[in-house]
Design a protein around this ligand. Structure first.
Ligand SMILES: *Cc1c(COP(=O)(O)O)cnc(C)c1O
Length: 220
């Protein structure tokens, strides 16, 4: 199936409240334009340099999401245009995003990344760390970021029960934070979970934003 056909397929089959982030990392602008021509406007990249290059080269009505691990010293490059940063995993990073957003006279939307997988290497908060951060006065002072929700990655495994359990745990975290810190705030509404191999399970468990690369663009 072509890229355009894949986009069409997702458009038809996804529930209306689920946002598709087309993960275009490593793929050339021409392939992204095939998805664009099929109506896709939200794209995700995981490297700052590549994200900036593609932002420069491609139509300006694309909504660019930074989905990968983000180093503080690189925030300044994406701050002028990034629409959503999925992988916020420390207060230090949030402070830097706030600072650079202020310099660009923007408010940047962010997701808190949680560690839900059993794998050691994945980045992210645990619930207690996030609660401690959100309770702090230092957090209160950040006026140029807006926390829109949570993001997580399940363990890479064929065990779908385990994957579902991990997604469920992220959904519980979102609920706990929503009740504890974002009561009555209808901007805290994004749960970014699910990739090519597990997005159906993620949607079953309450995802409303899936990040899909290889199922659209083929193997990297
Ligand atoms: C690469 C990547 C994806 C997409 O992975 P696929 O398996 O190709 O769909 C999703 N989320 C993050 C954070 C990624 O780095």
């Amino acid at each position: 199936m072509s890229v355009a056909e894949q986009i069409e397929k997702f458009k038809i089959s996804l529930p209306e409240d689920v946002c598709l982030v087309a993960v275009s990392k490593t793929h050339p602008p021409e392939l992204i334009m095939q998805a664009y021509a099929a109506g896709q406007r939200v794209f995700g990249e995981n490297k700052v340099q590549e994200l900036c290059d593609k932002y420069e080269a491609l139509p300006k009505d694309i909504e660019w999401h930074m989905i990968g691990h983000l180093q503080s010293n690189k925030v300044k490059y994406i701050a002028p245009f990034v629409q959503l940063i999925h992988g916020v995993d420390s207060f230090k990073l949030l402070q830097e995003i706030n600072k650079r957003a202020a310099q660009n006279d923007r408010i940047i939307d962010c997701l808190l990344q949680f560690h839900i997988a059993t794998e050691e290497s994945k980045f992210g908060f645990d619930l207690a760390e996030a609660q401690a951060m959100l309770s702090g006065e230092a957090f209160e002072a950040l006026k140029h970021i807006r926390i829109r929700g949570v993001m997580g990655m399940a363990t890479f495994t064929d065990n779908s029960e385990q994957v579902k359990e991990e997604f469920r745990s992220l959904k519980k975290i979102q609920k706990a934070l929503s009740n504890g810190f974002f009561e009555g705030n209808n901007h805290f509404d994004i749960c970014s979970m699910g990739m090519s191999g597990d997005y159906l399970l993620a949607i079953e468990e309450g995802s409303n934003m899936i990040r899909v690369g290889s199922a659209i663009f083929g193997h990297r």
